[in-house]
Design a protein around this ligand. Structure first.
Ligand SMILES: [Fe+2]
Length: 347
């Protein structure tokens, strides 16, 4: 495995600029080049495991999601990237729409990844799931009083809600799911209601929302589950203490509820992949039980492979009903979600 992330961006740009001059088209080189936004220890373990089992060398470029997308667009057919690995379906659908990916056929992926977690035409596949849940301060909220995302717009949560800014793609996808289920008008009423109950101006990461909650700010926060896992297993004493003050609640579970909003990390083969077969093998490896166990044990994500159970920790949080909406729809409503956030002043 070769990690290029430590190379300064300017040098990296130079390397990529020179890329067409070196024999990247040489398909006989048994390697696969990955552009990834994910930056978790689980992935480094998986890159090594893949090389060990397949003999295929893995080269990795890590950068933030927007940089990766921009780079893929700018490099066009000269890109060395074979795979785009990123989080949130909004980004994967964007990549598809911008012509950065190509469709692939894989009987294995189609059999183990549920259809709502992958693109119908094979442009991208979910490899992990994450639930966006309500977490609460166990000292001042009785979970019996919690029910749905919609109920958080109630007066009783005035100055009570912590969440990220609207630039968070996780919040954009949550709002997109409400647009998809209930229409833009209802979604706007929801966003307005949440904004009017903010405990503070949205700032920071999902983990920061839980740190604020534990510090006595607000009552509930909207966060992705794996960040709770990260706090529980943190080396930081104070973050461990934060985790002890937090309870997890899966919203919208009632008989008439649509289920808790979930999203994915996913991968697609780039349009100009020079190592297409290796790229397909790599995505199939990510979906395999061996890799799925690493995702759930090391990064606290839910397996996307329907035959693999979540880790013991995740199981301890309880079973829950998932919103089964086809995730591509969240990408479809992303622009509208951003517009609504701006209109209601959730910045
Ligand atoms: Fe994240």
């Amino acid at each position: 495995m070769k990690i290029l992330s430590k190379i300064p961006l300017r040098s990296l740009a130079m390397i990529l600029l020179l890329a067409p001059l070196v024999p990247l088209e040489a398909n006989d080189v048994n390697e696969v080049n990955i552009y990834t936004h994910r930056h978790y220890p689980s992935d480094e373990i998986l890159f090594k495991k893949f090389t060990k089992t397949s003999g295929i060398k893995v080269n990795v470029v890590q950068a933030n999601a927007d940089q990766i997308m921009k780079r893929l667009e700018e490099e066009g057919k000269y890109t060395p990237a074979d795979i785009l690995l990123t989080v949130d379906v909004g980004r994967l659908t964007y990549a598809k729409e911008r012509g950065l990916l190509q469709p692939i056929k894989s009987k294995y992926l189609e059999s183990v990844i549920p259809s709502n977690l992958r693109d119908a035409e094979g442009y991208w596949f979910g490899v992990t799931k994450r639930a966006r849940v309500i977490v609460y301060n166990i000292d001042n909220v009785d979970p019996k009083t919690l029910s749905t995302y919609e109920a958080l717009t109630d007066e009783k949560y005035k100055k009570g809600i912590l969440t990220q800014s609207s630039s968070s793609v996780y919040n954009q996808s949550l709002l997109a799911s409400i647009i998809a289920h209930k229409g833009a008008k209802e979604a706007k009423i929801w966003a307005e209601g949440i904004r009017s109950n903010f405990a503070r101006r949205p700032t920071g990461s999902d983990r920061d929302q839980m740190r604020a909650l534990a510090a006595g700010i607000g009552k509930v926060a909207i966060v992705n589950t794996y960040y709770v896992g990260q706090l529980i297993n943190s080396k930081s004493f104070s973050d461990k203490a934060v985790a002890e003050m937090i309870g997890i609640f899966f919203p919208n579970q009632g008989d008439d509820g649509r289920g808790t909003h979930i999203n994915i990390s996913g991968a697609g083969v780039t349009k100009y992949a020079k190592h297409r077969e290796n790229a397909i093998k790599f995505i199939e490896f990510l979906a395999s039980p061996e890799a799925q166990k690493v995702f759930t044990n090391v990064n606290y994500e839910y397996p996307a492979n329907k035959n693999v159970a979540p880790s013991k920790l995740l199981q301890s949080w309880g079973k829950f009903k998932e919103d089964k909406i086809e995730l591509y729809k969240l990408g479809k409503y992303n622009v509208e979600a951003v517009k609504i956030f701006n209109e209601v002043g959730w910045y």
